[in-house]
Ligand binder design. Sequence first.
Ligand code: MSP
Length: 499
Amino acid sequence: MGTVYITTPIYYPNDIPHMGHAYTTIVADIMSRWFKLKGEEVYFLTGTDEHGLKLQRVAEKAGLKPKEFVDKMAAIFKDYWKKLEIEYSRFIRTTDADHEELVKYVLSELWRRGYVYKGKYGGWYCTSCERFYSSDEWVVKDSSKLCPIHLKELEWFEEETYFLKFSELTEEITRVLKEEDRVYPKQFASEVLGKLRKEGLKDLSITRPKSRVYWGVEVPWDSNHTVYVWIDALLNYLTGAGFRSDEEKFRKFWPSVIHIIGKDILWFHTAIWFALLKMLGVEYPRKVVVHSFILVKGLKMGKSLGNVVGIDDLLGRYGSADALRFIVARIFTLDKDVELTASTLDSIYNADLADTFGNLLRRVSVLTVRKLNGIIEYDEVDGEVREYVEVVMRKYSELMDNFRINEASNTLFDLFRYLNSYLNRKEPWREARPNKTLYNIVEALKYGLTLLHPIMPETTQFVAKKLGLRILKVSELKFGERVSRRVEEIPVLFRKLKG
Ligand code: MSP
């Protein structure tokens, strides 16, 4: 089996995380657990992007030193990821010593290789995005220039800076990004390629005067400058992989890396990141997987627009991390934005979790306890059930491998719906010998729970135990095991929500 290195963006810890951050992180965690279930060795990296003007300003506003502020916030992010059962390999912070060291090394190396020159830059900046915008990107309203994402006024900065000679790489980067599957789904590759065709790669300003942005990694050859936060941030993926600090780990996990990102940071994770790696002589990442936005009232959900949905609110409403993870899986889309409404989420919870899944488990377990004293013996395999299971397993695997988590979970729920109707058809409560029906259903549930495990880790473990099952690796699954099982009653797992 192979190795996979999965990353999320590292988030700005200017405030507590919201559902936008949870969205990417849960999906990355589901994928990481899916690959593990298939027997791959996975390294899963997430963390916080702690330097730059935005953090400097919020810390000042809070009356704290930036480091004190980010220490507090990073701890809060970790707490949230714990609550959401995010099983990361490392939580990286750009203020970690090994990372700062790597940033300095990379800058010196770029300097040494002659890719850096000094100049002047003037432009309109969005501090929320931590980037400059050009005239065909910003939005004009009442003669003000607004950031197209945050709809906040841009600020003019003009200053001395060091540039990276990216413009000479346009052709090379275009060539790589054209490769099948490098950027997924394809529409995002086309978007980047379109921009590259139109404007090419421009030389990038990679430093800030310390007098304006003191909260950053110092430029090794010029202590009056700090490193631009996006360069600092992208390099976290190399630090996490053990670049230069752990050769063996790096060889193992690079370049089999899959970056999972929102579409807002596509340009940085393709054009800019790939160009930076080219200059460093490091192989390109295997894949960049891009997802669309969660919208609230038609706008990208986010702090700046003031339409944030809180993680705690949804945890409270749906009662558990697993329920929320499942809902995220069911709304997740790569290609299209999705509007978050209470009624959509409630109906997923009610229809899938309460009515289909919870109900099935309760019926099966109660029947087994009542009719069979809780013991299911080995019995004859029903070919119809086995076939259904095998089809679902094949479809599910293929969809998951392609990050189609929403369709995958829906396919998996076809199995649970099917088992409910199988139960209705067979009526084991009337059967003289209900063992065969229940045996086949529990065999099917062994698959169902295993495949659901990456999405709902805790519930599936709990339920598996109640049914005398274990969560297995995908390759260990076999229909028709010669075993008898002790089954215990499963309580109501998901209480139906009303209005
Ligand atoms: N710090 C940079 C990323 C550096 S990565 C080297 C950054 N941070 S962020 O805190 O703004 O997080 C952006 C990411 O959060 C998005 O790319 C996406 O993964 C996630 N999302 C934030 N709001 C979101 C939505 N409304 N919808 C979907 N994803 C959202 O950019």
